[in-house]
Design a binder for this molecule. Structure first.
Ligand SMILES: NC(=O)c1ccc[n+]([C@@H]2O[C@H](COP(=O)([O-])OP(=O)(O)OC[C@H]3O[C@@H](n4cnc5c(N)ncnc54)[C@H](OP(=O)(O)O)[C@@H]3O)[C@@H](O)[C@H]2O)c1
Length: 323
């Protein structure tokens, strides 16, 4: 089979090679997937470029520990390990794994769910990382309750487009999205009650306060955020400024420390794949409660282009790749 491989850190066009590799072996609790579509996430770009540099402590100090990029996957089960109980050969699945930018990949059955019949492999592949981050960020880290006022900063990104819709699905009373001019209409179509164009209006100076601020760009100061967080509110920081050796650690640490002296909480975490949450996303995708928004659709041999575009951090919703 063929897969994209990188053995050193660098830009997508410098370090990625499309090579013939051995088929992965299926261990006891894993499923072999014939990959039909994958999607690209900022993490794929960070892992490939080895940035921020402090992250190499976990990515691999001198060279990457992972050699095939890609996490999101949708495809057809080709083989199952002997302990697998939830899937059979021929099932259509979607979920998360390591190294999905390939023709075949294995995944733990706990990180997969059945693909809804009424959506494409591309729409299913768009959902795992971004949808799980939105779901776990709003529900678990932000403790979203029905009727609350929610602001999504970065409402047009891969995660933000799911967050607008999932905030609605979880019963938020009012959802405000923040994005640039070209994405205002899309955020509104996804269900935002109000959309603030950050190029012409500063959402921290309008005078509104929110019970939950879900923050992708993480580009505002503690003082700015303090103005818009209602007493008892939660600021959920999922990303942060890019670049340098340690970004976005300073912002994460500052929010954690300063919020101890403020009347709001600060939360940040990393989304983790689990069958139950993937099934929740699958149910919503099936019913039409949420949908995957696709900015660009690439072919497998165009992975370097997809990763380069992802690295600009201005993708509109999701980038998917048909395999
Ligand atoms: N914690 C986790 O588990 C987790 C999981 C996934 C992602 N993340 C992180 O979360 C962040 C968002 O991820 P993503 O997949 O949504 O990234 P993305 O798709 O690259 O987000 C791009 C979007 O960000 C918007 N944006 C850029 N600058 C902005 C600004 N100043 N104000 C508001 N919006 C702005 C862009 O909109 P415009 O083009 O309109 O500016 C674009 O639509 C990233 O930092 C990512 O690394 C964390």
């Amino acid at each position: 089979m063929k897969a994209w491989i990188y053995e050193r850190y660098g830009s997508p066009d410098e370090v990625l090679e499309y090579r013939e590799v051995a088929m992965p072996e299926v261990s006891e609790d894993r499923v072999l997937i014939d990959v039909r579509a994958v999607s690209v996430n900022p993490l794929d770009w960070h892992l490939l470029t080895g940035t921020p540099r402090f992250a190499r402590l976990s990515f691999g100090l001198r060279s990457p520990k992972r050699n095939v990029p890609g996490a999101d996957v949708a495809g057809v089960v080709e083989a199952v390990g002997e302990n697998v109980t939830r899937f059979e050969v021929g099932d259509e699945v979607f979920g998360e794994t390591i190294g999905s930018f390939a023709e075949f990949v294995t995944a733990s059955e706990r990180s997969l769910a059945s693909k809804p019949d009424n959506i494409s492999f591309e729409e299913a592949a768009a959902a795992p990382v971004a949808g799980l981050t939105a779901l776990q960020g709003l529900r678990d880290w932000g403790s979203l309750r029905e009727g609350q006022k929610v602001l999504i900063n970065g409402a047009s990104g891969g995660v933000g487009t799911f967050a607008v819709q999932i905030a609605r699905a979880l019963g938020a009373g009012e959802v405000t999205g923040v994005c640039s001019t070209r994405n205002v209409e899309m955020a509104s179509q996804l269900g935002a009650d109000r959309v603030i164009d950050y190029t012409s209006e500063d959402f921290t100076r309008i005078g509104d306060r929110y019970d939950l601020v879900f923050d992708g760009p993480g580009n505002r100061s503690f003082g700015d955020l303090r103005r818009i967080l209602a007493p008892g509110a939660v600021h959920v920081l999922i990303g942060g400024p890019k670049g340098g050796w340690i970004q976005p650690l300073p912002m994460l640490m500052k929010m954690r420390m300063l919020s101890m002296f403020a009347d709001f909480d600060s939360a940040n975490d990393t989304a983790r794949a689990n069958a139950e949450d993937l099934e929740t996303l699958g149910g919503w995708l099936n019913s039409g409660e949420i949908r995957s928004v696709i900015d660009r659709n690439y072919k497998l041999d165009e992975i370097p282009d997809a990763l380069a575009y992802q690295g600009e951090f201005h993708a509109r919703a999701k980038l998917v790749v048909t395999v």
